[in-house]
Ligand binder design. Structure first.
Ligand code: ATP
Length: 216
C-alpha cells in the first residue's frame, strides 16, 4: 500500500501530522508520504518558498518512522496536477500495488473541478477525511463517486489497486496554516499549533513576518 497526502503545508502543523498518523494506523501502520505541492510564484508571495516548506516538513517528521516526504511535485515545478502525479506514481508502482490519496472533505467536494478528475479514481483509492462543517452537495459528482465506490473498512483498500473511497472521521484539530501565518504576522504566539522545531525554524528564517530576534 502506497499512501500520499498532498497539501500546501505552508507551514505544516499538528493538524496535518495527527491526520497522517491516524491514516497510517487505520491502514495497519503503513507509511504515509506528505507531498507538498508546487505553488506558482504569483500565489506564493506571502508564504514560504518550496525549499522552505520542504525544510519545515523535514523537521516536522524527524524521528517518526511512518511519515515520509515525497517532493516530486516541487521537483516537477509548474502547477501541481494530482492526475499527473498519480500517473507517475502508478507507472513506478506497477498496476497491482494499492495506491491511496488522502483528501479532506473540503478538497474532495471540489474534485470534479480538478484537471482530468475522472482519472483519479482509476489510478488510486481515495480516503476522504471528514472536515467539520463541510457537507457534500448530494447532487454533485463527488457525492456520486462516493455513493458508487464507498467501502466501509480500511481492509477493502488493500484488496485492489484503485477505485475505492473510504470515509474517515478522526478527531479534527482546529488548526490551519492560515491561522498560524496570521498569528505570526500579528506578533502573536503560534506555539503548540506546530512542532517546536518547525516554529524555531520559521523564526530563524523570519518567515511569515516573524522577527528572528524575538522568541515566539
Ligand atoms: P491553508 O490554511 O493555507 O489553506 P491548511 O492548514 O488548510 O492550509 P493545506 O496544506 O492547504 O493546509 O492542507 C492540506 C491537506 O490537509 C488538505 O487535504 C486539508 O483538508 C488537510 N488539513 C488542513 N488542516 C487540517 C487539520 N487541522 N487537520 C487535518 N487535516 C487538515
Amino acid at each position: 500500500m502506497h499512501v500520499v497526502y498532498g497539501g500546501t503545508f505552508d507551514p505544516v502543523h499538528h493538524g496535518h501530522l495527527r491526520l497522517a498518523l491516524e491514516v497510517s494506523e487505520c491502514l495497519g501502520n503503513v507509511p504515509v508520504s506528505l507531498m507538498p505541492c508546487h505553488i506558482p510564484p504569483h500565489r506564493g508571495e506571502t508564504g514560504a518558498t518550496a525549499e522552505q516548506r520542504l525544510r519545515l516538513l523535514e523537521l516536522a517528521i524527524a524521528g517518526e518512522p511512518e511519515l515520509r516526504i515525497d517532493d516530486r511535485e516541487l521537483q516537477r515545478g509548474g502547477a501541481s496536477y494530482t492526475a499527473d502525479t498519480l500517473r507517475q506514481l502508478r507507472s513506478e508502482l506497477g498496476v497491482d500495488v494499492p495506491l491511496t490519496i488522502v483528501l479532506g472533505t473540503d478538497a474532495f467536494a471540489g474534485l470534479d473541478r480538478w484537471k482530468e478528475w475522472q482519472q483519479i479514481p482509476e489510478l488510486a483509492h481515495i480516503i476522504v477525511v471528514q472536515r467539520p462543517g463541510i457537507i457534500l452537495n448530494p447532487e454533485g459528482e463527488p457525492a456520486r463517486l462516493l455513493a458508487k465506490s464507498a467501502v466501509d473498512s480500511a481492509s477493502a483498500l488493500h484488496g485492489c489497486a484503485a477505485g475505492r473511497v473510504l470515509e474517515l472521521n478522526p478527531p479534527w484539530l482546529d488548526i490551519s496554516a492560515t491561522g498560524i501565518r496570521d498569528r505570526i504576522s500579528l506578533g502573536q504566539s503560534p506555539r503548540y499549533l506546530a512542532p517546536d522545531s518547525v516554529l524555531a525554524e520559521i523564526q530563524h528564517m523570519g518567515l511569515y513576518g516573524a522577527c528572528p530576534a524575538k522568541n515566539f
